[in-house]
Design a binder for this molecule. Structure first.
Ligand code: AGP
Length: 607
């Protein structure tokens, strides 16, 4: 997720661009840049680091500027650096682009452009865009951009500035947000409302497949084929602070609701026909055969994702998998050797314990694959291979969209290993890939029913204790559900293997004790129902979770949360969403600080 801003009008453009980028830094801040039009032509200034670094760099420059674009980056392709920072230009210096999204077919486009004689300087996917504009430009900027959007696959919110058209910005939107601000004799374009709220509350919210041509006296809207469009003006009612949360009360809720997009982005470019494609893991089938066991190491929520990874890899790849908490792993003189594939999972890519585990594993000869959400993070840089989760910047301390994309990473990595070792029939791989493709829409279906969870949360917000139970993958998700509730509502919550309750913990179940029972794993459905009956016999208040169409569970629990039907191996990706919502609404009902819970930090970079 990056932040884009553009301006054309009668005011000084640079302060407006910088101010807009400041309001968008919550979308990413590993580098920033602006491009403006001066008498000499397009001037680009960009730098690694926070926006403040760029501000220092441009201090005292650029006056009497009336048009420009700016960008604050959340790196996806190409680590944070000056050269990878946006804006990106073409060979001639006549076109610059700022972009938010992922160009799925950028490698083939990069190859084709290079064959055409273009010089691509950066590692980014974005840089193919200005070179494509240059390639197609024949005097009409919007026409050239229309041909570009025909060529690229993936998600893009893009704004183009050209030296040939000093009074024009061309903006297009597909699968990444973009809004147009309508001022008096001035116009704005931005990834999000906060960037322009200081100047105007009148906006057009672009939809997918739409183009906006901003000129000094008008904004023209068309579709990608050039057909004129008209749009209602959307009057923004939010204040700036609320706007950064996209109108949600907390970043956590915003990030929960971003999960369908996060899933879509994480799967983008990794599912070809009926198999997975992992360009970023440089392991041939022969090399994969060399690894006889997998060790997964992580902390907290990332560790819970690793538990799911264990089940999937053992089930599909038939090699032993150990999952370890990083702070334990590094001190147990772990049995790691060159036949071990070590997977480290870390949203921030900076967790000290996980980083130390990575280094310990490398020291003992393991091949290390990192699953992380931050491009260029220390863990990303020190691993042999990196699977990036494209969740975008996650601000709330309680991890939600990063976790769900880590689970997706576990599925994709397990499939990748199974394909290399040929341990899964093609039909099964095809079934899993088909089910993966449905997840973003199914996640949205669950979010559309958030009100059901909100109502239930009211019944539990007074609880002192809560238990999450399940078997197999449901147990792993139960752990994540318990952690979410603990860390943001301060209720003591425990996850238990449903079959284990009777060996002691059942003694804690009393009248009205909240128990959340996950029942998504068909092979242990009856067993889990028996465990539910055990707690019901002690008058617990039980919320059950199963699939739409299940008529039985409602007979044995007090409330049921239904999920869209998916493969039981993929159920964790959907089952966690109601648990995230439950913990969120309970936390709000208890008046807790949802985004910044007491005693916690977003990234624990100390032991
Ligand atoms: C997530 O809700 C927690 N805040 C925490 O457990 C987190 O998952 C853990 O600290 C690991 O962080 P990482 O993924 O950045 O390594």
């Amino acid at each position: 997720m990056c932040g884009i801003v553009g301006y054309i009008g009668k005011q000084e453009a640079v302060p407006i661009l910088i101010d807009g980028l400041k309001k968008l830094e919550y979308r990413g801040y590993d580098s920033a840049g602006i491009a403006v039009l001066t008498e000499q032509g397009i001037e680009v200034c960009k730098s690694l680091g926070r926006l403040s670094v760029l501000e220092k760099k441009i201090e005292g420059q650029f006056s009497n500027i009336r048009i420009g674009v700016g960008h604050t980056r959340w790196a996806t392709h190409g680590r944070p650096s000056d050269v990878n920072a946006h804006p990106h230009g073409d060979c001639s210096g006549n076109f610059v682009v700022v972009h938010n999204g992922i160009i799925e077919n950028y490698l083939e486009l990069k190859e084709w452009l290079t064959e055409q004689g273009h010089h691509i300087l950066s590692e980014t996917d974005t840089e193919v865009l200005p070179h494509l504009v240059e390639h197609f430009y024949q005097g009409n900027l919007e026409e050239a951009v229309r041909q570009v959007v025909e060529k690229v696959r993936g998600a893009f919110a893009m704004v183009v500035l050209s030296h040939h058209h000093p009074d024009k910005l061309v903006a297009v939107r597909k699968d990444s947000p973009l809004i147009i601000g309508l001022g008096e004799g001035e116009f704005f374009v931005a990834s999000d409302i906060p960037a322009i709220l200081k100047y105007t509350r009148k906006t057009y919210i672009l939809d997918d497949g739409e183009m906006a041509i901003l000129e000094t006296d008008a904004v023209t809207l068309t579709d990608f084929q050039g057909k004129p469009l008209t749009k209602e003006v959307y009057e923004v009612k939010w204040d700036v602070e609320a706007a950064e949360k996209g109108g949600y009360e907390h970043f956590m809720l915003k990030e929960i609701f971003e999960q369908p997009r996060a899933l879509r982005d994480t799967l983008m470019g990794r599912l070809e026909q009926d198999q997975v494609v992992l360009q970023e893991v440089d392991l041939t089938a022969e090399e994969v055969a060399h690894y006889q066991r997998v060790v997964i190491v992580a902390c907290g929520t990332a560790y819970h994702a690793g538990l799911v990874g264990k089940t999937l890899i053992e089930r599909w790849v038939r090699i032993p998998v150990e999952v370890d908490i990083a702070s334990e792993f590094r001190y147990r003189s772990p049995l790691i050797d060159p036949h071990t594939l070590l997977i480290v999972i870390s949203q921030s890519g900076e967790t000290a314990d996980t980083l130390a585990a990575l280094r310990e594993g490398k020291r003992r000869g393991a091949r290390v694959v990192a699953v992380t959400n931050v491009v260029g993070s220390t863990i990303a840089r020190e691993a042999h291979d990196v699977f990036y989760t494209w969740a975008g910047l996650e601000i709330a301390v309680a991890s939600t969209k990063a976790y769900i994309t880590q689970l997706t990473g576990m599925v994709v990595l397990a499939l990748f290993l199974a394909e290399a070792k040929q341990t899964l029939p093609t039909a099964k791989i095809k079934e899993i890939v088909t089910a993966l493709r449905q997840l973003p829409a199914q996640a949205q279906e669950i979010l559309d029913q958030a009100g059901i969870v909100k109502k239930l949360a009211g019944k539990f917000s007074g609880a002192e204790d809560a238990f999450f139970i399940g078997r197999g993958l449901d147990w792993a998700v139960a752990m994540e559900g318990a952690l979410k509730l603990k860390e943001i509502s301060y209720i003591h919550a425990e996850a238990y293997a449903a079959g284990e309750l009777k060996h002691g913990t059942l003694a804690l179940i009393t009248e009205q004790t909240p128990v959340i029972a996950l029942v998504t794993q068909h092979e242990v459905y009856e067993k889990t129902v028996s465990n539910i009956k055990e707690v019901k016999a002690r008058d617990a208040q039980v919320i059950g979770m199963t699939y739409y169409g299940d008529k039985e569970l409602a007979k044995v629990v007090d409330h049921v949360l239904y999920l869209p039907v998916t493969l039981s191996e993929l159920a964790p990706i959907l089952a966690v969403i109601p648990l995230q919502l439950l913990s969120y609404y309970v936390s709000v009902a208890r008046g807790c600080d949802v985004d910044k819970p007491r005693n916690l930090a977003k990234s624990v970079t100390v032991e």
